[in-house]
Design a protein around this ligand. Structure first.
Ligand SMILES: [Zn+2]
Length: 697
């Protein structure tokens, strides 16, 4: 089962040779010796990397491990057993339960008449199977409540849908014989969710309205409904079951759109069409509990400080979750195995959590934090992986982490010529305030620093994301990417867990306030300076700067959202966006002039430059305005400015980069960040700006 990668092995040997050569050259300072555990992690990670084995078992032995399935329970038990075999401490952390379980057997479907052909289709999780093999003609339902949005629907849509359901019920009741023993073609297009809604909550209005129609179809003796589905992506999500006495009864088939069209066309021409389906979806009496799997390598010196690695173990059940999130949890599981197998005895504890029920709303990560009160404060860093099988090619870290990360990642820089590890200096960021996206946000909500790896691949995530195609054969071509990611994660996690002092939390997240992230320079990685913006004491000038960047009504200028370290936009290098201005350097100041299409839409001839009593130009890194589209950053104390310009704020990241700027360097972008309610409420639209302007004249 071991994945061998001889190419990596060769690279490793060459690296050793280079290291030996440079050590022999006396004129150069000797390279710091690589920690023997790290050397061993790299050796095992290149010659005995088992990341694909983790995934192979989870995807191919257990299959679609959705919350509430036997496959999930079995995968969790297997993973726990596997971690124990590797000598780790293991816990199953209860995350929740579903009232009724769900499992899948095989599913088949074909057209019998007018010609025999097999059908390509799926059914959402927690929807009914057939009663064995069922063959019958097709019926077409003309009324259409299905095309009206069902999730977070507007009140008028809910009313429209209610009326359409009533019309459909009347249509079936008018001629029940037409639906008896028939496969019913329904209108609308598959969204992945079950016909009868995803949850029994008002958010999913389908679950309030459609079941009435479903009951009428069941009464009429229909075999099931068939809806058209796009095939790339062929999205397949889930429904729900509230209790054992309310099990779904009417199969909910989503059929490839080409076949749907063909069948409907034949039926409309009056041809005899006969279909046969055999779908073994079945329910299990609940409640069915589900657990996150937690494996710990105890720290030797600070066992109560933690480095947490996470990826969710659950997936949707119509695929096998090889990508989402097999490609995320497997590198994490393999990383801790590599550390343990390399004889790693880190100072801090390293914990891997394979989260339950991420797809149901980050349930497992929320539960783990709730089940371990106070632990968030002791987590020095969390790495979550959930996205694509891409290779880790670097990391974007706050400047307060740079020195430690340079040391930790030094052995990775020239390890793999395909993905040389690159360290980027990031700026502080706003942390998540509500659960969303993936499990890392549960940790960010409690101010746990999360690491941003940079990744690279040409993988088409949309094709597999929550689709019938989330399968191991989609992952297999990316084995090298996965191995690289497991190895890099192991080296970084071990390095952070083994630091003499814990990573600081300073400079990771922003406190409430308004901020400007200013990118200056050429090439792939411009320098980022982050400053505060004093919208309380200098509201007019702050509003002016925001408008110069974002335009009149807060529409986003070209510089918006180009901060470092965010998720990669796609394969290949980031698109080059034209600079929005230029800087000059003289007289103890870096001055910037913003001239862009967005700036021109808000241009005003002059701006009152009332001094800001709260901020003095008393040292380097003060940002202020000298004109409507001209800002400055001080390189040293410039108290003369206190009377003529408006100081806006202070540099909180990248202070040391100020002196590297040269006359003519381009201003690549300015991004405004609003953290907290007060900053979000600060308005800069035309009307608000006019009021501010009149207030100061
Ligand atoms: Zn996911």
């Amino acid at each position: 089962m071991t994945q061998r990668a001889p190419r990596y092995l060769l690279v490793f040997v060459i690296c050793l040779a280079i290291a030996a050569m440079s050590a022999a050259a006396p004129q150069k300072p000797a390279k710091a010796a690589v920690d023997p555990v790290v050397a061993k992690i790299i050796e095992l990670g290149t010659t005995d990397n088992r990341v694909m084995t983790w995934n192979d078992y989870a995807s191919n032995r257990f299959g679609g491990r959705e919350t509430g399935t036997n496959a999930y329970t079995d995968t969790a038990e297997w993973a726990a057993w596997q971690f124990r075999q590797f000598g780790l401490q293991v816990e199953l952390d209860e995350a929740g339960e579903v009232p009724v379980g769900f499992n899948r057997g095989p599913w088949f479907g074909k057209m019998i008449k007018p010609a025999e052909k097999s059908l390509y289709f799926g059914t959402p999780t927690f929807t009914a199977g057939t009663k064995g093999r069922q063959r019958g003609p097709v019926a077409i339902l003309k009324s259409d409540p299905f095309s009206i949005p069902g999730r977070n629907a507007k009140p008028e849509d809910v009313e429209k849908k209610r009326a359409a359901v009533e019309a459909a019920i009347a249509e079936v009741k008018a001629n029940p014989a037409a639906f008896k023993g028939a496969w019913v073609l329904i209108p609308g297009e598959n969204t992945g969710f079950a016909r009868d809604g995803r949850k029994g909550t008002p958010e999913y209005s389908d679950s309030q309205l459609i079941p009435k129609l479903t009951s009428v179809l069941v009464e009429a003796g229909a075999f099931g409904t068939i809806q058209s589905s796009k095939t790339d992506p062929f999205r397949m999500l889930d429904g729900y079951v509230a209790s054992w006495d309310k099990l779904p009864q009417l199969p909910d088939i989503k059929l490839a759109e080409g076949q749907y069209k063909e069948i409907k066309g034949l039926a409309e021409q009056g041809q005899t069409v006969e279909l046969e389906f055999d779908i073994r979806n079945w329910f299990k009496m609940g409640p069915v509990k589900y657990h996150s799997v937690v494996a710990t390598l105890r720290g030797t010196e600070f066992p109560d400080e933690y480095v947490v690695l996470g990826g969710h173990l659950d997936c949707f059940s119509s695929g096998t979750g090889a990508i989402d999130d097999g490609s995320g949890f497997a590198p994490m599981a393999e990383a801790i195995r590599l550390i343990q197998a390399a004889g790693g005895k880190p100072k801090r504890s390293i914990v891997v959590i394979l989260f339950a029920a991420e797809e149901q709303g980050l349930v497992g990560s929320q539960a783990w934090l709730r089940n371990h009160p106070g632990i968030a404060d002791k987590i020095v860093m969390m790495i979550n992986r959930d996205g694509s099988p891409s290779a880790i090619t670097g990391a974007s870290v706050p400047e307060t982490w740079l020195a430690d990360f340079k040391t930790i990642t030094a052995p990775l820089v020239s390890l793999n010529p395909k993905w040389p590890f690159k360290l980027e200096r990031g700026v502080p960021r706003a942390h998540a305030t509500s659960p969303g996206g993936t499990d890392s946000s549960s940790f960010e909500m409690q101010s746990v620093p999360t690491l941003r790896f940079l990744t690279q691949s040409d993988f088409n995530y949309n094709h597999t994301w929550h689709t019938l195609d989330d399968l191991y054969d989609e992952l297999a071509p990316y084995a090298a990417h996965q191995q690289e990611s497991a190895l890099v994660t192991a080296v970084v996690a071990y390095g952070v867990a083994n630091l003499a002092k814990p990573l600081t939390r300073q400079g990771v997240y922003l406190a409430d306030g308004l901020y400007a992230d200013i990118a200056i320079g050429t090439g792939d990685s411009p320098a980022h300076i982050m400053t505060t913006l004093d919208f309380v004491n200098a509201p007019l000038q702050t509003a002016d700067l925001i408008r110069v960047v974002e335009g009149k009504g807060g529409e986003r200028g070209p510089g918006f959202g180009r901060g470092p370290g965010g998720p990669p936009m796609g394969p290949g290098p980031r698109p080059e966006i034209p600079p929005i201005g230029k800087i000059d350097v003289k007289d103890g100041l870096v001055t910037g002039l913003v001239v862009s299409d967005v700036q021109k839409t808000v241009a005003i001839p002059s701006l009152p430059l009332t001094p800001n009593a709260a901020i003095k130009n008393d040292g380097p890194g003060v940002i202020g305005l000298t004109g409507p589209n001209a800002f400055y950053l001080t390189l040293r104390q410039r108290s003369g400015l206190d009377k003529t310009a408006t100081a806006l704020g202070r540099t909180i990241a990248g202070l040391d980069l100020l002196k590297t700027f040269k006359k003519g360097d381009p201003i690549r972008s300015i991004r405004i960040l609003r953290v907290g309610q007060a900053a979000r409420d600060f308005k800069t639209d035309d009307e608000s700006f006019k009021k501010l302007l009149e207030g100061q004249r």
